[in-house]
Design a protein around this ligand. Structure first.
Ligand SMILES: [Zn+2]
Length: 64
């Protein structure tokens, strides 16, 4: 589980914008770049080559 206190400190390595935390998938999402960065053992892996392409879920709910 990612330490939520880390979240404001994290930024996308590509565009430097803020990230969205998906706690179910354990991913940090850059909406602008449509990339999802993995969180492994609570450690965010902020590497473009580790990220997967992200698409917004249909009818996504703003539950944050
Ligand atoms: Zn980005």
């Amino acid at each position: 589980m990612l330490d939520k206190r880390l979240l404001p400190l994290l930024a996308c390595p590509l565009c430097k914008s803020g990230l969205r935390y998906d706690r179910e998938k354990q991913e940090l999402i850059c909406v602008a770049d449509a990339l999802a960065f993995p969180v492994r053992d609570g450690i965010p892996v902020m590497l473009e080559q580790e990220a997967r392409h992200w698409t917004p879920p249909p009818g996504e709910s703003p539950h944050d």
